[in-house]
Design a protein around this ligand. Structure first.
Ligand SMILES: [Fe+2]
Length: 448
């Protein structure tokens, strides 16, 4: 006889008590609270043939987008595949999704988790993994629409309703519907103040609308609820640091780096991505970040040959340029070239974005700003293909604007700054760029 989880999804396992326990693990993951992997490991120690528990673990490890986790992902997926004959249809979709992801077909893996959420609209784990896949692939509108597909099947009586609102809020934000995004995000926070993804969605709205002081206050005032056991705190602190930078408070941003963003010791790529992105912005503005680059560059260098995810490669290159590690830059570009010549999702990402972006950043490190612009300008129209959020990909605009100013290309600098001011007219950073560009002579640039 079939058993069901607390949202009514069929589960092939025999023990209802173990299924209920896995529901509580799911809740931790949806809220980004510690520590669903430790909890599922304890569950699997007692129930080693619980296929959905293995699949939960495999999906969480896959969507962390770090090759360092791949051996554990293989372990979980292998266990699930061995149990496949007794799995149900929903679980077999999860198996296929994890297999595709592990084989480098991230887009197909994301679609398979998405298909599971279409067939089983209350399969919130499948939806969250598809949501994270969409995030890693830069599918801005699917971050919204994949959640919208299942909304008719949810209401406040279904456990996890707030998490659906939080995911939808982030998708709305990435799709530019800031008013509805903020309303949905705040509604989710009201239901569960520990919901890190909903807090994140509201922070993104404030980032995109240039509400720097309000954004910093919002994160500070809500942190008591989400921060203490959050596995996502480093990223929310990164957002707070961006607000500080946009309010011209570089000391506040560096303090957040030292005390919060680096608190996990940069043990995973997701933390390293934020470390690189923050130090890169500060360095571009001419701030001395001291020895902090080494703390980020060292763990990136341990991954230099991974060529696992273009977003990671670009983030690693920022650290190698910031730390002045030319040898690592050369190795990373060689790895990206190998990846670009391969197959699968990452090959596409490397060809389209990762490799030219790494070359642009390496050029910046050599002071060859014309080369930076040549490599990076054509990426603006398709930068989403390397994944991430609009706020993260703003790095392209930052780098190009600074390169144009340093090169003395007045026309390009004026154009990029006009773009930035149309978005954030009050930003002291944008105004400072405008002042510097205003001091440049308008000279003829040989464009052809
Ligand atoms: Fe974010």
């Amino acid at each position: 006889m079939s058993k069901f989880d607390d949202r009514g999804n069929p589960v092939s396992y025999r023990s209802q008590q173990a299924i209920d326990r896995l529901d509580r693990v799911f809740h931790l993951m949806h809220a980004y609270q510690a520590d669903p992997l430790a909890e599922v490991d304890a569950l699997l120690a007692e129930h080693p043939d619980f296929v959905m528990a293995h699949l939960f673990r495999a999906g969480a490890l896959a969507t962390a987008t770090d090759r360092a986790f791949e051996p554990e992902l293989v372990k979980s997926l292998t266990a699930a595949e061995e149990l496949a004959p007794r799995a149900n249809d929903r679980e077999r979709l999860h198996i296929a999704a994890c297999r595709s992801w592990l084989d480098g077909e991230w887009a197909r893996g994301t679609e398979l988790w998405g298909r599971a959420s279409i067939e089983y609209p209350r399969d919130l784990v499948a939806l969250q993994y598809a949501h994270l896949g969409d995030f890693s692939l830069g599918h801005s509108h699917l971050l919204r629409d994949r959640v919208a597909r299942v909304l008719p099947h949810w209401n406040a009586s279904v456990p996890g309703y707030g998490f659906i609102q939080g995911m939808y809020a982030f998708g709305l934000e990435e799709s530019g519907d800031y008013r509805q995004a903020e309303a949905r995000g705040r509604a989710a926070i009201d239901l569960n103040p520990q919901d890190g993804w909903a807090v994140h969605a509201v922070a993104h709205v404030m980032e995109m609308e240039g509400r720097a002081n309000e954004g910093a206050d919002f994160l500070a005032s809500t942190a008591k609820a989400w921060a203490p056991n959050s596995l996502f705190a480093f990223h929310l602190w990164w957002h707070k640091a961006l607000f500080h930078i946009d309010a011209n408070d570089m000391t506040g941003a560096l303090t957040l780096f030292d005390e919060n963003i680096s608190a996990g010791g940069f043990g995973q790529a997701l933390e390293l991505v934020d470390g690189s992105a923050l130090l890169w912005r500060l360095s571009l503005l001419g701030h001395d970040v001291g020895g902090r680059w080494a703390g980020v560059a060292d763990p990136w260098e341990a991954r230099v040959d991974h060529a696992y995810y273009a977003f990671n490669d670009v983030s690693a290159m920022m650290a190698f340029v910031g730390a002045g590690r030319t040898g690592a830059q050369v190795r990373l570009i060689a790895a990206a070239q190998r990846a670009a010549a391969g197959q699968g999702t990452h090959a596409m990402m490397s060809r389209e974005i990762g490799l030219p972006a790494c070359q642009a950043l390496a050029s910046f490190g050599r002071g060859d700003y014309a080369s930076t612009i040549e490599h990076m300008m054509p990426l603006r129209c398709k930068a989403n293909r390397m994944g991430g959020s609009h706020a993260q990909r703003d790095m392209f605009s930052w780098t190009l604007t600074e390169a144009a100013v340093r090169l003395g290309d007045r026309a390009l600098a004026d154009a990029l700054i006009a773009e930035r001011l149309s978005w954030k007219p009050e930003s002291p950073i944008n105004r400072a760029w405008a002042l510097r560009a205003g001091q440049l002579d308008r000279k003829r640039v040989d464009l052809c």
